[in-house]
Design a protein around this ligand. Structure first.
Ligand SMILES: Cc1cc2nc3c(=O)[nH]c(=O)nc-3n(C[C@H](O)[C@H](O)[C@H](O)COP(=O)(O)O)c2cc1C
Length: 259
């Protein structure tokens, strides 16, 4: 890997403020080609982009105010429909279960969307993903004319950064990279990882700037101020809340995907 590519990957950070500067369709096509060049299992994806201000205004209300500001929004969809046409081209039918299709389809989309981010970064662009779009499959289907068996996996705002943030912290690599066998983390390692994450994000004022505090899942007064609200508080509150699985299941079924 050339140092330039490695640098682009290691210095990337999600961008949440954008210049009022168009991204040409030619650049978007280049990024789509870079996304397509990711490893795939069935090329089960569709990338739908819009520069339409009205659409971006509507999307910004649900997912993040800066979508209205970023010149481009891209919806990364899992596209079983297209693969099934390719299978039918040879007179066959898809006999895989939708659970299996989900595993593979999400991977196809994710690797492609990750390539898109890296390629965009290399061209001086910034991006931000939006992970709640699967819960809004009906609205996305209406807005982007998605047929059955095409399902929104992740959204993305893209544009030239107004502010380019420094890379954000990660848990120590010793917590994720194991040689030969899995290693369970000790309490000390967990504490060290959380302290490192919290310190980095609190120093940036990350959650404060985004006003992103998640309400306490437990009853009682919230005594944690933004000066001590870090990643460990955020992630534990997020996952301790009731998940939206039922809604997700309903949305999947509404698009012809059965579990
Ligand atoms: C699947 C997924 C969904 C995300 N959803 C959102 C989102 O809804 N809003 C947002 O501002 N950032 C979102 N992000 C960006 C993450 O918050 C961000 O990547 C993470 O905090 C690490 O920060 P960094 O990318 O700057 O290193 C999402 C990222 C992923 C991978």
């Amino acid at each position: 890997m050339s140092e330039a590519v490695l640098d682009a990957i290691l210095n990337r950070a999600t961008v949440r403020s954008y210049l009022d500067k168009d991204v040409s369709d030619e650049i978007i096509e280049k990024l789509a080609k870079a996304a397509q060049q990711a490893p795939f299992t069935g090329q089960m994806y569709a990338f739908i982009y819009t520069k339409d201000q009205e659409k971006r205004d509507i999307l910004s209300e649900e997912f993040g105010h800066f979508i209205a500001e970023a010149p481009v929004f891209i919806l990364f969809c899992m596209d079983f429909r297209k693969l099934e046409k390719f299978i039918a081209y040879k007179g066959r039918e898809n006999a895989s279960s939708d659970i299996q299709m989900l595993f593979l389809g999400i991977q196809d989309v994710a690797y492609a969307a990750a390539n898109w981010v890296t390629a965009a970064e290399a061209l001086g662009l910034g991006t931000c993903y939006f992970g709640r779009v699967p819960l809004f499959a009906s609205q996305m289907s209406e807005m982007f004319n998605l047929p059955d068996r095409v399902y929104p996996v992740v959204g993305m705002a893209m544009g030239y950064p107004a502010v380019k943030p420094n890379p954000r912290p990660r848990i120590p690599t010793s917590c994720v990279l194991f040689k030969d066998e899995y290693k369970d983390l000790s309490e000390e390692e967990v504490a060290e990882a959380m302290t490192h994450m919290d310190a980095g994000l609190i120093r940036e004022g990350y959650y404060k700037k985004l006003s992103a505090k998640i309400p306490r899942p437990e009853n009682g007064e919230d005594t944690v101020g933004y000066d001590s609200y870090g990643w460990s508080e955020h992630i534990s509150r997020k996952y301790a809340r009731q998940a939206e699985s039922e809604r997700l299941k309903e949305m999947l079924v509404s698009k012809g995907i059965t579990l």
